[in-house]
Design a protein around this ligand. Structure first.
Ligand SMILES: [Zn+2]
Length: 235
């Protein structure tokens, strides 16, 4: 053991061994299994967040867990017990199951351009937590979001106009701070605020979810996905 530590401190381990060590740390069996009612009930909101954080570490290190998805089809055929509900953008680069390295039956994925909240989305989240037992609500924005950028440009087109209107509170807040939103940094600030506003809206408009949060049954958190690195930063 001492010898191993000596070598680990002095000599960089070959990448393959390093990868194996990280794989062991971030793919613990209890995090990988297909959940059932009992295992889901034992997950705390904090555990659920750890599962997502560890999954994202696996994703950015290309250490995907070895799941047999076809087996999971069978294992989830009698019911689903997802531990989290994630509201993210429709952007093709931000699939929640992929970026958090999760399997079938692990998360409820709610997707809409600009990860905005409306009544139907609130209803979906209430179902996920109150009826189906999920422990964590994540609002996940992402960098270089087309919907947020279009909202900053006050674009109008068909039904897109109404959708982008829901991002306007964040746009107006940043416009009040810096004037015209004409840089990537300013657009990113809108994306960050848009996540905060969505979370505030969930708390204000869903009595069910805000009560569950207050009593500690669930946790609600915002996050930002960097489409250049694959990394998710939680608030
Ligand atoms: Zn987007």
């Amino acid at each position: 053991m001492l010898v191993l530590r000596y070598y680990r401190e002095l000599l960089p381990l070959p990448t393959v061994i390093n990868n194996l060590l990280s794989k062991t740390k971030y793919t613990r069996k209890e995090n990988m299994r297909t959940h059932n009612k009992k295992s889901q009930s034992e997950i705390t909101p904090t555990d659920a967040l750890v599962y997502l954080k560890e999954g994202n570490v696996r994703f950015i290190n290309n250490l995907r867990a070895n799941r047999n998805l076809l087996n999971q089809v069978n294992e989830t055929s009698d019911g689903q017990f997802p531990f989290a509900v994630i509201l993210s953008c429709i952007d093709s680069r931000t699939s929640a199951e992929l970026i958090f390295d999760q399997g079938l039956g692990d998360i409820f994925s709610v997707r809409v351009a600009g990860n905005i909240v409306n009544e139907d989305i609130l209803g979906s989240m209430e179902y996920a937590c109150k009826v189906a037992g999920s422990k964590l609500v994540v609002v996940l924005g992402h960098s270089k979001c087309g919907a947020v950028t279009s909202a900053c440009q006050h674009a109008e087109m068909g039904n897109v106009t109404g959708l982008l209107r829901k991002i306007q509170p964040a746009v107006q807040q940043v416009e009040a701070e810096v004037g015209i939103i004409d840089t990537e940094e300013k657009v990113q600030r809108v994306a960050n605020i848009n996540v905060d506003i969505a979370l505030a809206e969930i708390r204000a408009k869903s009595e069910i979810l805000s009560e569950m949060e207050t009593e500690g049954t669930i946790k609600m958190i915002g996050g930002m996905y960097d489409i250049e690195t694959g990394l998710v930063t939680f608030n």
